[in-house]
Ligand binder design. Structure first.
Ligand SMILES: Cc1ncc(COP(=O)(O)O)c(C=O)c1O
Length: 486
């Protein structure tokens, strides 16, 4: 008998699930708890392809088309498209269909990497609008309306804006006035609402992007609803969007073997949210309110409030702040994971983020509360950690796609002055990219990043070489005249 094939991934998954941790992360169905037995039992048999009666994702005329129409009605959209490769594919399709190579678009600088990739793939130029910063909780806040206005005044030829709301921490950018401003100037508003698919199902949530005038919004159903990973929907909100062009764009960037189980899970999530949402979201919000009240008694850790200034925050996104304590968010995450078998969604230098959905049980929320109270009692206080963000402009020239793909090399961060970044370099907090691909690296950037590294911050977009030194990928441009990559 030959040697049995190793199965490291299946082993890792089995190990993970056998630990039985409380899943305070996506996907929103919480390891199947959100699915009823009938749906769960059929899931593998639902893994089919374009067979008679099952319609065709790329030419929907039957069940898929009908299901998307019901989805549009529920969300108040003119048209909804299923996506089987996450919000990422919706963002790409929106950019591909709404803009042309060389167009300029307003983009909030703390956008998701999928937006930066869309800019690069389709040769669209960003006019970055910088976020604000909340010093109390060390969180990036949405760009103010005046910042969008100023950017529009300075770049009257932009074709539209990409706005991210809510962000990972649940903080919402108010959209109604911004939508009015953009529309009055003939511009289109695309909203990355990846974290807000549940907003449509309770009056206790912030307004949806469609309610506030978005022309297109993209939602990851898998993040907050009972849907499988990669399930997402793109909604069209207005007649400003060329729906046929958008349909072609989605088709171009989607596999020819779209997953029926992902699509079925979107339908399932929508049905549960419509039929049971009002009651179950009320229940969830009540449980979370009790949880927050109990946690407000913590001496050291803090719960980030549901309103920051005048900005609304998603009440189901529980964010714990460690900035007054002697531990980092990373340490709190590890304590919860290792000592209390609680897996949070993510952490940064001074926050831990939990995603709560209707698939969570009151018992699980109780255990999370209990763990946080217990950890809090074991902590000491420290001087408040704070992070200033020194860069105001965010000017950037997104590199040519093939310069980016072909010629990026890693250099030591301290040697990178004057070179062009090929990375989105984002320390959390503040979650505002210090460098975007295409941005020229200055001494100030290096000094700022160095200070954060020394203070223990984790920085997305930097690597560490064998000598333990931080490195950054940089773009080298191709020049025929000068004989190759420079
Ligand atoms: C703000 C934001 N937009 C878009 C995405 C991409 O979503 P998906 O993973 O569904 O492609 C993410 C993923 O985390 C995100 O946080």
């Amino acid at each position: 008998m030959g040697k049995p094939l190793d199965t490291p991934l299946i082993d890792a998954l089995n190990n993970f699930i056998s630990a039985g941790r409380i899943p305070m992360h996506m996907p929103g169905h919480k390891q199947g708890k959100g699915f009823d037995a009938r749906f769960k039992d059929n899931l593998l048999e639902f893994d089919l392809t374009e067979l008679p009666g099952l319609d065709n994702f790329h030419r929907p005329e039957g069940a898929i088309s009908e299901s998307m129409d019901i989805t549009a009605k529920v969300f108040g959209a003119r048209k909804s498209f299923f996506l089987v490769n996450g919000s990422t594919s919706g963002i790409h399709a929106a950019f591909l269909s709404c803009f042309k190579r060389g167009d300029e678009v307003l983009v909030n600088r703390n956008c998701h990497i999928s937006v930066i990739h869309a800019l690069m793939l389709f040769g669209i130029k960003p006019v970055f609008v910088m976020p604000e910063y909340d010093e109390e909780y060390n969180l990036a806040l949405p760009s103010r309306l005046v910042s969008w206005k100023r950017a529009l005044d300075e770049h009257p030829d932009v074709k539209g804006a990409l706005v991210t709301t809510p962000d990972y921490y649940g903080i919402c950018q108010p959209l109604a006035e911004l939508a009015g401003l953009l529309h009055a100037n003939g511009k289109i508003l695309i909203v990355d609402e990846a974290h807000g698919a549940h907003f449509a199902f309770s009056g206790k949530f912030p307004e949806t992007a469609l309610e506030q005038g978005a022309d297109i919004c993209i939602q990851s159903f898998h993040k907050t609803l009972n849907a499988l990973t990669q399930a997402a929907v793109l909604h069209v909100g207005s007649e400003r969007v060329n729906v046929e062009k958008l349909r072609r764009a989605i088709s171009m960037i989607t596999t020819t073997s779209p997953s029926y189980i992902i699509m079925a899970s979107m339908e399932y999530a929508r049905k549960v949210a419509v039929e049971e949402g009002a009651g179950r979201y009320d229940e969830l919000i009540n449980h979370l309110e009790k949880m927050k009240t109990r946690l407000s008694g913590m001496e050291n850790l803090r719960v980030v409030p549901d309103v920051i200034g005048k900005l609304k925050r998603d009440p189901t996104r529980i964010v714990i702040d460690t900035s007054l304590t002697n531990i980092t968010g990373y340490e709190l995450y590890d304590m919860l994971y290792n000592e209390y078998r609680i897996a949070a969604e993510m952490c940064d230098y001074c926050h831990v983020v939990f995603i709560a959905t209707i698939a969570d049980t009151p018992d699980d929320l109780y255990k999370v509360t209990h763990a946080l109270l217990k950890i809090d009692r074991s902590l000491g206080k420290t001087r408040k950690k704070s992070f200033d963000f020194p860069f105001k402009t965010g000017k950037c020239s997104i590199p040519e796609l093939y310069d980016f793909l072909d010629s990026s090399v890693k250099v030591g961060l301290t040697d990178a002055e004057g070179m062009t970044s090929a990375e989105l370099v984002t320390p959390y907090p503040p979650g505002i990219p210090v460098l975007c691909p295409g941005e020229v690296i200055t001494r100030d950037h290096i000094k700022y990043l160095d200070r954060l590294i020394r203070s223990g911050a984790e920085i997305n977009g930097l690597s560490t070489d064998e000598k333990g030194q931080r490195t950054i990928r940089v773009v080298k441009t191709y020049s025929k005249e000068e004989g190759g990559f420079q």
